[in-house]
Design a protein around this ligand. Structure first.
Ligand SMILES: Cc1cc2nc3c(=O)[nH]c(=O)nc-3n(C[C@H](O)[C@H](O)[C@H](O)COP(=O)(O)O)c2cc1C
Length: 287
């Protein structure tokens, strides 16, 4: 299952279905996705959810964790975490006026972990789908280490299901969080699965992989990556044309780890200005 990048909620008359290409079911065949929403106005959430439900979605996620300045400045994303009463107002409206399963993605707070405890208190009696917590503050962005101890306290306090997100890049980091919170039932993979698209598989196979010849496995994984990449290119170009170049460049900042791409080659790749030139050079890096 995957949560989509966020979509801004809007009042009904301003909704623009054409901006939702990434979310449409026909562009996400074969797996369940949960559309993620961002905003702060209760009725805009209801309008947007009712519209998206027409595409068959029953589950929605609300992002109150995004630390980007332009988002925080508008009291959206993590910019809403210092205001627990506003968070509750949205949850109350969505659960009162729609029949969807609603979840929240958050950080420890914008400036202080007290913010997440205050939000948790307010939401305890609402039946959320889940609460996904990335245990850093918004002001930290991606600096420092996730605060696992505070995560554990929030996990133990919550009456809702809690999902963990943060710095799971390999089997070791996964096992560390599992050891600290043995009752944890789900984690969300972010940068880790982009650096290594087989990470979820590796985590579930952790013990078995040790018994297999790893060089054979590596060749097989490279083949599978190439299949995946071909499908990704086709899908991205079909939905966005040349505009897909910018998001594909962003993905290569993570894919480079799988192919051990040098800084120099990454820079050459980033300087490509057409889809075709980019594609030819990208394939030359994948061997
Ligand atoms: C470039 C970038 C874009 C992100 N976009 C989103 C987003 O749209 N929605 C979201 O919930 N989290 C988003 N995140 C946060 C991740 O979901 C995740 O919580 C965070 O990166 C920590 O987990 P990780 O270390 O596994 O990546 C983004 C992170 C990065 C680095």
């Amino acid at each position: 299952m995957a949560v989509t990048p966020f979509l801004a909620v809007q009042e009904r008359l301003k909704l623009n279905v054409h901006k939702w290409q990434d979310v449409l079911p026909e562009n996400n065949l074969g797996w369940e996705i949960i559309p993620q929403l961002i905003g702060n106005h209760p009725s805009h959430f209801v309008d947007t959810i009712l519209e998206l439900q027409q595409f068959g979605y029953t589950r929605f996620n609300w992002n109150i964790g995004c630390p980007a300045h332009q988002v925080v400045r508008k009291q959206r994303g993590c910019g809403l975490m210092p205001y627990p009463e506003r968070v509750e107002a949205v949850v109350n409206e969505v659960l009162g006026k729609t029949d969807c399963r609603f979840s929240i993605k958050m950080r420890l707070g914008l400036k202080s972990p007290e913010e997440s405890f205050a939000i948790m208190e307010r939401l305890q009696d609402y039946p959320l789908d889940f609460l996904c917590i990335h245990p850093r503050l918004g002001v930290q962005e991606y600096e420092g280490k996730p605060d696992l101890e505070t995560f554990r306290r929030l996990f133990e306090m919550s009456r809702n299901r809690v999902v963990y997100s943060g710095d799971v890049f390999d089997v070791d980091s996964f096992q560390k969080i599992c050891a600290l919170v043995p009752d944890l039932q789900a984690i969300m993979l972010g940068r880790g699965i982009l650096r290594n698209i087989f990470l979820a598989e590796e985590l579930s196979n952790a013990s078995r992989v040790n018994t297999i010849d790893k060089s054979l496995l590596q060749n097989d994984l490279q083949e599978r990556f190439l299949h995946f990449y071909k499908d990704l290119e086709t899908m991205m170009f079909a939905t966005r044309g040349e505009h897909a170049l910018a998001p594909l460049k962003e993905l290569w900042h993570y894919f480079r780890f799988f192919w051990n791409v040098s800084d120099e080659n990454l820079q050459i790749l980033m300087r490509k200005t057409t889809w075709n030139e980019f594609s030819v050079f990208a394939y030359s890096l994948m061997h």
